[in-house]
Write a protein that binds this ligand. Structure first.
Ligand SMILES: Nc1ncnc2c1ncn2[C@@H]1O[C@H](COP(=O)(O)OP(=O)(O)OP(=O)(O)O)[C@@H](O)[C@H]1O
Ligand SMILES: [Mg+2]
Length: 261
């Protein structure tokens, strides 16, 4: 368990670089204190494993995964279909629990939180774009994007959601229900919903997978703009080489493990 002070790590994300600069000019004792408060590391996987049962018996789909992500980084997770990328992303975002190891997200050990605690942390700190969108069918595009703002108690939810949808080029589709949107449009609503709360960490599973080159490029620009301007940490699972190449770092998954390098 980390100290409660680490809870503010997410809030300090945008100031990550400034904090890094400040470290150099501080005494060793201060440096130690800052390092102990874990301010710069926004996400850490420690010896993470996930085992599921299958008709063939127990199956390890994520094995011994350890890495750290600093605030403001952009990281691509790549690898063959079935390598465990989506499973890993769900573990990192606290949507699924590991069979072994642990995840520290914004300074919090996810294993130490109950379901409500994890939900609260996700609502405050995390945006997630699923491989299969997960839009609420009974809500319009606008209402889907308003949801996380309303959960966060924001009074300007409608205006904020509208602006986010305009950002992804869907200003003229706000009243459409998911079934009245194309696959790529649903994906853009999911992306607007994920970034509308300005999360500390944005997880996206194949964010450009269903989009044409031009729209995919626009979405990528949007994600990297968020990364640059708001300091949002990005973790992107992608088969898109151009998108992976734009990330600061690439992690390669092979049969549940991170490839060395
Ligand atoms: N609940 C489960 N029970 C049994 N097997 C599972 C379960 N969830 C995932 N798997 C298996 O674990 C492996 C990893 O799945 P995962 O969805 O993480 O792959 P992925 O790398 O995201 O692949 P893709 O690129 O196709 O999306 C797959 O072989 C899948 O069949
Ligand atoms: Mg996947």
């Amino acid at each position: 368990m980390l100290s409660p002070t680490t809870k503010i790590a997410g809030a300090g994300v945008a100031a990550g670089d400034a904090a890094a600069g400040a470290i150099d000019s501080n005494s060793p004792t201060d440096r130690e204190a800052i390092s102990l408060s874990n301010k710069e590391t926004v996400l850490e996987a420690q010896d993470l494993g996930k085992e599921v049962s299958s008709p063939e018996g127990p199956l390890a789909i994520v094995r011994e995964v350890s890495f750290q992500v600093r605030a403001g980084e952009s990281v691509a997770i790549v690898g063959a279909s079935g390598a465990g990328k989506s499973t890993l992303l769900a573990l990192l975002a606290g949507l699924d629990l590991p069979s072994s190891g642990r995840v520290l997200l914004a300074g919090q050990d996810l294993n130490s939180l109950d379901e409500d605690g994890r939900a609260r942390l996700r609502a405050e700190r995390v945006g997630f774009v699923f491989q299969s969108f997960h839009l609420v069918p009974a809500l319009t595009a606008l209402e889907n994007v308003m949801l996380p703002l309303e959960l966060a108690g924001r009074r300007d939810a409608r205006a904020g959601a509208r602006e986010a949808l305009e950002h992804v080029g869907l200003g003229s589709r706000v009243g459409h229900y998911p079934r009245q949107l194309s696959g790529g449009e649903q994906q853009r609503v999911a992306i607007a919903r994920a970034f509308v709360v300005r999360p500390a960490v944005l997880f996206a599973d194949e964010p450009t997978g269903n989009l044409d080159t031009v729209t995919g490029g626009r979405i990528a620009d949007l994600l990297f703009d968020l990364n640059a301007r708001s300091g949002t940490t990005l973790l992107l699972v992608t088969h898109d080489r151009d998108l992976a190449a734009r990330c600061g770092r690439m992690l390669v998954m092979e049969a549940g493990r991170l490839a060395p390098g």
